[in-house]
Design a protein around this ligand. Structure first.
Ligand code: HEC
Length: 500
């Protein structure tokens, strides 16, 4: 026996030696990332549905290397569309502004050391992109005050393999983009939504881990979103699909939430007072508010102390302040397929607690439906403890396996921006993350701004270039001085003309 072991060891040592000499593996350099231009193969039905790999064009641009001590933004300045910026381990304290198309960022991880973007609790955002075809992978992003990675109207985005810890309001926030993927990221300590898909179309959110945030994953005013294989635990709310009224895009529909672990989302709510997420009751697994055509399938939902799944409308869901007539307030055609739900509702809070008291129960349900909405269905209802699902019928479908992805099979065209549209895009892309027409988000309602700056767009330009603290009960607004003068004036005029 011993002989055998020694013999194998010798063979192994020789093997390694030969391998090193033949292949010259001294210090391997990191492989290039796959391209930032993604294609999804044709969706095949049943039999050959395993071909679910993305094919992608090989990366083809120039490579810019950034090492500890230099600035990543300098590489961005030099880069042309198609280029790759490789960032080596080190601490980088900067905000990156990317307004070009098809730029890829690849963090190089060496022996466990990552490139770290550290906002030191002074900087607002780490990555701020408005270009199309942006890919960001392998970064550790910590201590920012606003956003980890924020996209402003950029299409065809790929955000993968980043850790984003304690970066303020939003972790990953592609806003107003079409066709993208957010995968394999880890996010924690975010005071609004860790992953916030806002006003987007055709986005996959897969294999992410989100914990100790207010909202784990949020699909908001977005359509065609697949939330799959994520692990959401100990957030205030795990996974949410809803409409925020007052925003320029009015709908959320066609969302699949499947194969996720939604576990013990019982964290105290530390959202900014007045923000929409500050109304999420702790202990909420999955929340659907006013969204339509949402399918919840094959999730493991356990230990969420308020309720496992809540389906609600504006009136019951905390968006009471809204009088946006263009946002339909009810959740319609929600489909609950097979899910594994145990041990939810152990300590319901607030309105749910009061509601359950009327039923002489101190426990919350696995699934609660409250308020308006029609056409919703559930498979095998008696498996769960439910409340308010009286009109839910048996669904016509049993699985969503035919949908492999909501990404498109070709990159979408960049949004063409004329001077006239610039104001609108800037508003949709930036300001509306914090401002809505007639309700308080992070910032003051637009109609309040209109009252102050009536006929004075220059006043708004001056304020947003160098904001100062005006109100005690609001946080300070981050400066927008990176915007061009043209964009600032355009957005000021747009805001003053906004009607709803
Ligand atoms: C990260 C959140 C955030 C973003 C993004 C944001 N704002 Fe604000 N904004 C605020 C907050 C918070 C306040 C209230 C600040 C205060 O009262 O101290 C505010 C206040 C304002 C005011 C009122 C100033 C006053 O005199 O009372 C204007 C005007 C304004 N924002 C314009 C904009 C415009 C235009 C944009 C987009 C280019 C924008 N904001 C983007 C958060 C934001």
């Amino acid at each position: 026996m011993l002989k055998k072991i020694i013999f194998s060891l010798i063979i192994l040592v020789i093997g390694v030696f030969l391998g090193k000499t033949i292949f010259g593996v001294k210090k391997k350099s990191a492989p290039l990332p796959t391209s930032n231009v993604l294609f999804r193969p044709e969706q095949h039905s049943s039999s050959d549905s395993l071909t679910n790999g993305y094919t992608s064009i090989e990366f083809n641009g120039e490579i810019h290397e950034v090492k500890n001590g230099s600035k990543i933004q300098d590489a961005v300045k030099k880069a042309n569309p198609g280029d790759l910026i490789r960032v080596y381990p080190g601490i980088y304290s900067e905000t990156l502004y990317i307004d070009k198309d098809n730029i890829s960022f690849q963090g190089i991880i060496e022996e466990g050391a990552w490139p770290v973007l550290d906002g030191k609790k002074e900087l607002n955002d780490a990555f701020l992109y408005s270009g199309n075809g942006i890919q960001i992978e392998n970064f550790k992003i910590i201590n920012y005050k606003g956003n980890g990675i924020m996209g402003q109207a950029g299409n065809n985005f790929v955000i993968r393999n980043n850790w984003i810890i304690d970066t303020g309001v939003y972790g990953i926030f592609p806003q107003y983009g079409k066709n993208g993927i957010v995968e394999h990221n880890i996010l924690s300590g975010i005071e609004d939504a860790a992953i916030y898909i806002g006003m987007c179309d055709n986005v996959d959110v897969k294999h992410n881990k989100v914990f100790e945030n207010v909202a784990g994953i949020e699909i908001e005013n977005s359509r065609h979103a697949l939330v799959e294989n994520n692990y959401a635990y100990n957030n205030t709310g795990g996974i949410l699909a809803f409409i925020t009224p007052g925003l320029p895009i009015k709908t959320t529909y066609d969302v699949i939430i499947r194969d996720n672990f939604v576990i013990e989302n019982n964290h105290a709510n530390f959202g900014a007072p007045g923000s929409i997420v500050s109304g999420i009751p702790p202990g909420t697994g999955i929340l659907v508010m006013a969204a339509d055509d949402v399918i919840i399938e094959n999730n493991i939902i356990s230990g969420n102390n308020n309720a496992g799944i809540i389906i609600t409308d504006f009136a019951n869901g905390g968006a009471k302040a809204s009088n946006d007539p263009d946002s339909e307030p009810n959740p319609d055609r929600i489909t609950i397929l097979d899910n594994f739900m145990i041990n939810n509702g152990n300590a319901p809070v607030g309105e749910l607690k009061a509601l359950m008291m009327t039923q002489l129960s101190s426990k919350g349900p696995d699934i609660l439906a409250i308020g308006g909405g029609q056409g919703s269905t559930i498979r095998d209802k008696q498996r769960y403890r439910t409340f308010g699902l009286g009109d839910f019928e048996e669904p016509k479908i049993t699985s969503t396996a035919h949908v492999q992805s909501f990404m498109l099979d070709h990159p979408v065209e960049p949004k063409e921006i004329t001077a006239l549209e610039l104001g609108e895009m800037t508003y949709y892309g930036i300001c509306s993350g914090c401002h809505a027409y007639d309700i308080r988000l992070i910032g003051v309602p637009v109609n309040a701004i209109q009252a102050i700056y009536h006929n004075n767009p220059q006043g708004i330009v001056d304020y947003i270039t160098k904001p100062k603290k005006v109100r005690d009960d609001y946080p300070e607004m981050p400066p927008q001085d990176y915007l061009s003068e043209e964009a600032k004036m355009a957005v000021a005029q747009y805001i003053l003309a906004l009607k709803k």
